[in-house]
Design a protein around this ligand. Structure first.
Ligand code: AMO
Length: 446
């Protein structure tokens, strides 16, 4: 008999069915044992009576929580259970008996976060079984799918930039070095150089989704050492503002789809509403932002960037003033930005780029790029960078390269904000951080 998903059982009253899933709860009343079985689609009560056979009841009594079972039985009306039906077990096979006790408690409707996050992450495969995490994975899937779909429907091509590269693109400091046979190579911190290569290759509009690596010892709720970057690059732009508009529409269409598909479930399990901004996102320059922050007495980290507290406060101010959760911050001093950002021709101290904040956290950096090779070399020289190591990159601009720009979204941060999670670790399938590689490797401070 073919397996049927639990959410399809309502159409099978008085029929024999086969379900496969986990033991969610066990209530042993001696001559009768009540199980709740859970699969990816839902839960159902399954009952074993002594009258159904000695062997059967013995097997059921040997079960432990989270064991995997294969059950055949009849769907019977049962007014005493909420669903109005249950399964009368005729046959049961244990596919995998779970050890007891479990190392962590699977978060349920009535037991939120009972186990510390680090321990939950150490047993992530058990932690992910919770309804909240199952929903999070569904939302994550739809989120990336919709971002991709938006690009594809706007005539983009997908590229897979190499992850092992010869030259660090962002800054030399936070790059992982790897041994490449007898040579030195790096794990890409971003597909930056290779998405720009696509512009020189005439691909005009590209996106790239994949892992990037940052060797940064940041123990924060927003940093990973490996994350998934959603990168976009567009040729023949006149201004980076076109990138902002494109990203705004991409995020809005994604949020709309998530709300339509999972809005109610998200409300139920995460206690939040997905808000789709009505009009355009807000814009503010760094100078204006710093002035606003100074006004409410938030001390500044400096003129070039924002501290996490500044990011949070700035978002709060703008949300209070305009109701908008999204804020493009523009006009950053060039000196604090990547060398490949184009300088504003009217004010060369300013970079033609932006960051996008969502409810207090930066989710994107983007910019118009410097596509003129001499100016690009000059920018790199100003930063004291080793020009010879950049020669391969400079070559992309030698044989005709259109003006272009792009941006990158940290997808885990996007998901974290969407579901209002406290830490990026919760929004990541299996997070790597400075002290965690699949499992906790060192305690902070040791
Ligand atoms: P940037 O370094 O600002 O820009 O990264 C872009 C976005 O990636 C996310 N992000 C991170 N997420 C988790 N852990 C980290 N350690 C981490 N670092 C960054 C953030 C951030 O906004 N090449 C440029 C992009 C471009 O100009 O196209 C870049 O990588 O959401």
């Amino acid at each position: 008999m073919e397996r049927i998903l639990i959410d399809q059982l309502k159409n099978k009253i008085e029929q024999e069915v086969r379900i496969r899933g986990r033991v969610d709860t066990i209530r042993d009343q001696g001559k009768i044992v009540f199980l709740v079985i859970r699969d990816g689609s839902g839960k159902v009560q399954a009952v074993a009576w002594q009258g159904n056979g000695e062997e059967l009841i013995k097997t059921v009594k040997s079960l432990t929580l989270e064991s995997i079972v294969d059950i055949t039985g009849e769907v019977k009306e049962a007014n005493q259970v909420e669903q109005g039906f249950e399964i009368d077990i005729k046959d049961i096979r244990i596919d995998s008996l779970a050890q007891s006790p479990l190392p962590i408690v699977v978060e349920g409707e009535h037991n939120d976060n009972v186990t510390a996050l680090d321990q939950r992450l150490d047993y992530r495969w058990i932690d992910l079984r919770s309804p909240r995490n199952q929903l999070m994975m569904s939302v994550s899937t739809l989120m990336t799918d919709k971002l991709r779909e938006f690009c594809i429907s706007n005539n983009f091509k997908e590229i897979q930039a190499p992850r092992i590269i010869r030259t660090a693109s962002e800054s030399g400091a936070n790059v992982f070095e790897v041994k490449y046979f007898d040579k030195k190579a790096y794990l890409a911190q971003s597909p930056q150089f290779h998405k720009q290569m696509a512009m020189a290759a005439g691909l005009e509009r590209v996106f790239n989704v994949g892992p990037v690596f940052r060797a940064e010892k940041s123990f924060t709720t927003r940093h990973l050492t490996e994350y998934t970057s959603f990168d976009v690059e567009i040729a023949y732009i006149d201004s980076y503002k076109e990138l902002c508009v494109f990203e705004q529409e991409m995020i809005k269409s994604m949020l709309k789809a998530v709300k339509e598909e999972y809005g109610e479930r998200i409300k139920e399990l995460f206690k939040i509403e997905i808000n789709i901004p009505n009009g355009d996102f807000e814009y503010i320059t760094v100078e204006q932002a710093k002035a606003k922050l100074a006004k409410i007495g938030v001390s500044s980290k400096g003129d070039e960037d924002f501290s996490p507290e500044e990011e949070r406060k700035l978002s709060e101010i703008i949300k209070e003033e305009t109701g908008c959760e999204f804020l493009f911050v523009t006009d950053y001093p060039h000196v604090g930005r990547a060398f490949y950002h184009m300088k504003d021709p009217h004010n060369p101290k300013i970079a033609l780029g932006f960051d996008l904040f969502w409810n207090g956290i930066e989710i994107t950096t983007g910019a118009q790029r410097e596509h003129r090779i001499d100016a690009l070399r000059e920018n790199a020289k100003e930063r004291g960078m080793d020009l010879t190591s950049l020669e391969d990159y400079f070559e992309y601009f030698k044989y005709g390269c259109p003006p272009h720009g792009g941006f990158a979204i940290g997808t885990e941060r996007l998901l974290m904000k969407m579901l209002n999670l406290e830490s990026i670790l919760e929004a990541t399938y299996l997070p790597n951080t400075p002290n965690r590689l699949g499992k906790l490797i060192t305690k902070i401070g040791k």
